[in-house]
Design a protein around this ligand. Structure first.
Ligand SMILES: *Cc1c(COP(=O)(O)O)cnc(C)c1O
Length: 456
């Protein structure tokens, strides 16, 4: 299997190469040269997420790793889940919730980032190199990266934390990890300031010693998509319904939705993928009205979905709407330049049957949480509640709401709703009593660069 860019100027890349590189050199995103088919009869016999991963991973790693090699790695990749079953399902009358939040940081990002860090560690080790991960976070990505990398001594992780909307729990998840190779760095700037520093740092890695490689942790790394594809197949194997399937996905950067779409392209019979967003509704405006235009981000009670553009969306435009016309895709995204994109209306109209979308305000999100609590004695976190709105609407399909975070991450919200969380997430217990290890630095590129250099 080889990979190429959605913008057509970077191709013939192996699994190992795209694991390290992330973004393609022409500014596009890597996609596989073809969609591998997964045998549904084999899927049906799978009892665990790991068994599914043994069917899915070899198809993408082919050429970099032998099948036997990669299947033996599967048992090592995902760690720190309290039970052997990584995904759990809650079944209701005519819908289900797929709980993706049992990992060590209580959000679904553990799936993707544990996959990425496992392979980064291996690939660096093979070439006697060390990795420096640098990223900025306003929520879950940073803690998933810190927790995924902390056990790998050849990777040092530096995460910049901006001022602002981050909850105390989210901060503590990063600042209380007592490991030499991870650094949570608080800076007195906004998320955008932090992003600017990261961009500056990536322009050159000359400031690092020779055997160090600078690595990004962003949502466009294809390995994250692979890890997420597995749980869509696993839902199919576990829920075993005769009805057609509708997955409803709380969406921000569109990685999780694109994983559902990938599973569809690999043979999973999905009838509908519902793209569920908060008031940051660029994706809803696109799917309902062919209007993909950037607007300022607003802060909501589902902060991990507060985005103004969706970085994985280009993959869908390329594969689904443009039938892999890389020249057209390059034109569209060069012209978009983070402002506005509209597809040829005929193309848009022809592709109306797979995706649906909905946008949910904060007050409606609270209503949905209250409704599920009263009606089903089930507590949804605000991100998952947005997706589960689809389960309350008319449908001939079996709706599966993807639950991406554990409610324990949002104690202030649940206090204000007078909802007592009884089923606590084991990894979040005692977080309040742990000592914080925060580095505080000025919000300046040179300060961050020097700190990194001195910490290697
Ligand atoms: C990151 C995140 C999302 C959005 O996922 P994307 O793949 O970026 O669309 C949704 N919910 C939670 C809890 C998240 O952390």
């Amino acid at each position: 299997m080889l990979f190429h860019s959605t913008r057509g100027k970077d191709s013939h890349k192996s699994f190992k190469e795209i694991a390290i590189q992330g973004l393609a050199s022409d500014g596009g995103l890597y996609v596989p040269d073809y969609w591998p088919e997964i045998d549904l009869d084999k899927v049906k016999n799978c009892k665990t997420y790991g068994e599914i991963a043994k069917l899915v991973l070899p198809a993408f790693a082919d050429g970099s790793y032998e099948e036997a090699e990669i299947t033996s790695m599967v048992d090592e990749i995902w760690q720190g889940f309290p039970s052997r079953e990584l995904v759990q399902f809650r079944k209701f009358n005519n819908f289900a919730v797929a709980e993706l939040f049992h990992g060590p940081t209580a959000a679904f990002k553990d799936f993707g980032l544990q996959m990425v860090s496992y392979f980064l560690h291996r690939i660096l080790k093979e070439s006697n190199k060390h990795g420096v991960i640098l990223g900025a976070t306003s929520g879950d990505t940073g803690s998933a990266a810190i927790h995924a990398c902390k056990g790998y001594s050849n990777i040092k992780t530096f995460i910049l934390l901006p001022e602002g909307n981050m909850s105390e729990i989210q901060r503590r998840q990063m600042s209380t990890v007592d490991q030499e190779n991870v650094f949570a760095i608080k800076v007195n700037g906004t998320f955008d300031d932090c992003q600017d520093i990261v961009k500056e740092a990536f322009k050159t890695d000359q400031y690092l010693p020779n055997n160090f490689t600078l690595l990004a942790v962003n949502s466009i790394n294809w390995l994250r998509i692979i890890a997420q594809i597995c749980y869509y197949f696993f839902a199919y194997a576990s829920l075993n319904t005769t009805k057609s399937l509708c997955f409803s996905v709380p969406s921000g950067n569109f990685g999780n939705v694109f994983s559902a779409y990938s599973a569809y392209k690999m043979g999973l019979p999905i009838k509908e993928i519902c793209v569920a967003v908060n008031s940051n509704d660029i994706l809803h405006r696109f799917f309902s009205n062919n209007d993909y235009s950037k607007q300022p981000t607003v802060s909501t009670i589902s902060p991990s979905m507060d985005i103004s553009v969706a970085s994985n969306f280009e993959r869908l435009v390329y594969d689904y709407y443009l039938d892999r016309d890389a020249n057209r895709c390059r034109e569209l995204f060069n012209a978009f330049n983070s402002n506005q994109l509209q597809l040829d209306p005929e193309i848009f109209e022809n592709k109306l049957n797979l995706f649906s979308s909905l946008a949910v305000s904060d007050s409606e999100t609270k209503n949905i949480i209250n409704y599920f609590f009263k009606e089903h004695e089930y507590i949804l976190d605000p991100h998952s509640a947005i997706a589960c709105k689809r389960a309350l609407e008319e449908s001939n399909s079996y709706v599966i709401g993807m639950a991406t975070a554990h409610p324990d991450k949002f104690p202030t919200l649940f206090n204000s709703l007078n909802i007592q969380i009884t089923d606590h997430h084991p990894a979040l217990k005692g977080l309040k009593d742990k000592e914080e290890r925060l580095v505080v630095l000025p919000c300046e590129y040179s300060a961050i660069r020097d700190f990194i250099r001195n910490s290697l």
